[in-house]
Design a protein around this ligand. Structure first.
Ligand code: UDP
Ligand code: MG
Length: 325
């Protein structure tokens, strides 16, 4: 049977969480009584996650599908690899560490069934360390200011739902550095946002250091806005404008007051004017280089080592394990 709901989960060193995730997730989805599949991408874990994922697949071969990367390509690439293989109509992403309670999934499905094509979420009573909450808050504020068109309250919550057509569009972009919730909003026709519960990590620690978080957030800013480049253009423009006024002022002074300190200020004015133009030019070139840079890096986004799945052929299971090694 073709799945109706597809759950996509990136996994990186989550050996202690997978069993509990499986238990809570399958009991929630079984209760929904709709056909579903769960796609877990192992993003190059160094612990026992790979072995545990294989066992989970063997326990429920029709529902649990596993993609094994041959290295660590990052959370968003792991989700993209899952997106490439989804079969359901409603696609839901979530974390493997149980910070996103699986029990919230029916809320997302209900919102999708009301006709929305993207269901955004924000975390209610966020359960993270104080510094993490602070960084997130600052970043969400900055992002809202730099990218006013991106209407979301909390970019960091990955428990979200997308319609299959939005997922297919996201896959078609082929972007190597991306930020899935923002990408989805670019294509959404009728998005909505709901609040979902948040829990502390079931076991283990966050995979993101402070530096990792900054780099991760930079993907969002550079991927969806040219604001940082435009700052330079604006700077160049204002310096040129101001120094032009300064030149006019000095010329008038020369006529009214007469010659002053041997032309030193005139020289300053000319230099500032030129400096402004140089900065302006650099900004304009930067705009182009930034755009080209975004397009041109067509490296393979990730490498899949192995896929564990039962091929569904025309509504009937061909009980044949696809294992590409
Ligand atoms: N993750 C991943 N690859 C990475 C880092 C994280 O697939 O390089 C997964 C991780 O297993 C989890 C999700 O992404 O399912 C969120 O990661 P984490 O809980 O460490 O981040 P946080 O909740 O602290 O933002
Ligand atoms: Mg987490």
């Amino acid at each position: 049977m073709k799945p109706y709901i597809s759950i996509v989960i990136p996994v990186y060193n989550e050996e202690k969480n997978l069993e509990e995730l499986f238990r809570r997730l399958t009991s929630t989805l079984d209760a929904l009584a709709k056909p579903y599949e769960i796609i877990l991408t192992n993003d190059g874990s160094k612990d026992q996650s790979s072995r545990i994922l294989q066992q989970l697949h063997e326990r429920r071969p029709e529902q649990i599908r596993v993609i094994e990367f041959n290295g660590n390509f990052g959370q968003h690439m792991a989700i993209m690899a899952g997106f490439e293989r989804v079969r359901g109509d409603i696609v839901i992403t979530m974390d493997a560490d149980l910070q996103n309670p699986p029990e919230e999934i029916p809320k997302l499905v209900a919102a999708m069934e009301r006709g929305h094509d993207v269901v955004n979420t924000h975390r209610q009573n966020r359960q993270d360390s104080a510094w993490r909450r602070f960084v997130s808050k600052m970043h969400n504020k900055c992002r809202a200011w730099m990218m006013p068109k991106l209407k979301m309250e909390d970019e960091g919550c990955m428990l979200r739902a997308y319609s299959r057509s939005i997922v297919d569009l996201m896959v078609a972009t082929g972007e190597a550095t991306t930020f899935i919730p923002a990408l989805a909003l670019n294509y959404a026709y009728n998005p909505t946002e709901i609040g979902v519960a948040h829990e502390p990590r079931f076991a283990g620690e966050s995979n993101y250091s402070f530096y990792g978080l900054i780099r991760y957030n930079f993907d969002l800013v550079t991927g969806f806005s040219l604001f940082p480049l435009q700052v330079f253009t604006m700077l160049g423009l204002s310096i040129s404008g101001l120094s032009f006024l300064f030149v006019v002022f000095l010329m008038l002074r020369r006529v009214i007051v007469g010659p002053e300190v041997e032309g030193v200020f005139t020289l300053f004015a000319v230099i500032f004017f030129l400096l402004g133009i140089v900065l302006l030019g650099l900004g304009v070139v930067g705009e182009y280089v930034g755009r080209i840079y975004q397009e041109v890096r067509r490296r393979p986004r990730f490498v899949i080592r192995k896929v564990l799945e039962n091929d569904v052929v025309l509504e009937q299971y061909a009980q044949q394990k696809v294992e590409i090694d």
